[in-house]
Write a protein that binds this ligand. Sequence first.
Ligand code: SAM
Length: 283
Amino acid sequence: MIPAMDHSPLGDPSFGYDAFAQMVQDTIGVCIPQTKRKMIENRLGSRVRELGLRDVQEYFRHLFQDEALGAEMRHIEEAVTTNKTDFFREIDHFHFLRQVILGTASRQNPKGMFKAWSAAASTGAESYTLAMVLAEHALAYPDFQWGVLGTDISGRVLDHAKRGIYSTSVIAPVPQDLRSRYLHEGRNEWQGKWRITPALRNRVRFRKLNLMDADYNVDINLDVIFLRNVLIYFDPEVQLSVLSKISRHLAPGGHLFVGHSEGMVVRMPQFRQVAPSVYRKEA
Ligand SMILES: C[S@@+](CC[C@H](N)C(=O)[O-])C[C@H]1O[C@@H](n2cnc3c(N)ncnc32)[C@H](O)[C@@H]1O
């Protein structure tokens, strides 16, 4: 649902990219200043051609004058988001999870469900990395119950995440022993592709969620939230608002992970830094 906003650019000399960029910032949060214009207009090119429009200016007119914005939103979400991700990205976070957080969880709460949320999941590498670390812990502590939720605004990356199929180069950072336990190698026409095992996929749920929503339909009392490499695309006001909504979903003593280039953004009193770009929510 697109919030009612005045994006009517008729007669406005800045009509076009500026109005589009403002609408994107209001609804998706992502800042796309003039310096990104060429890239964004290139990405919109295939949609412009699909619609049989002359050029991107005509696309902007179509959005605002023909009231096509609602119907086009899913294409716009794909065009303005950057989905780069990796298995075991910023690996010290996963060492911290395994060595510091899980040590405590297994001792203090062996029967409770350990819940992790990857809040900008992209194609699923982060969610499945979390799942591998948690599944390994469960091998050592059979009473340990766990689940992972992955959410993202982009339907395209979520479809990829749900399929859980990756090329050999993408799974390269997954250590050999984990590969043999949690990935199946494809044969024949699937040569060079790897699929996350059904047992692991069953523990990971993916669904669409826009971090700009007023509130999030996600459990509270989560143990860890990974909100990595997405805040950098937002302006400071949006960063603060997203962090304050996110913090409602962490249990006291739960941990928030942001990207290594985003640590300076977390300056709220309820978060105490415990490692580089890792924050513990105070009780
Ligand atoms: C660069 S990827 C980061 C993926 C992963 N967290 C990592 O660090 O490898 C950023 C992701 O944030 C998503 N994103 C951008 N704006 C969003 C929003 N408003 N709500 C939810 N997801 C958003 C994008 O679709 C993209 O998949």
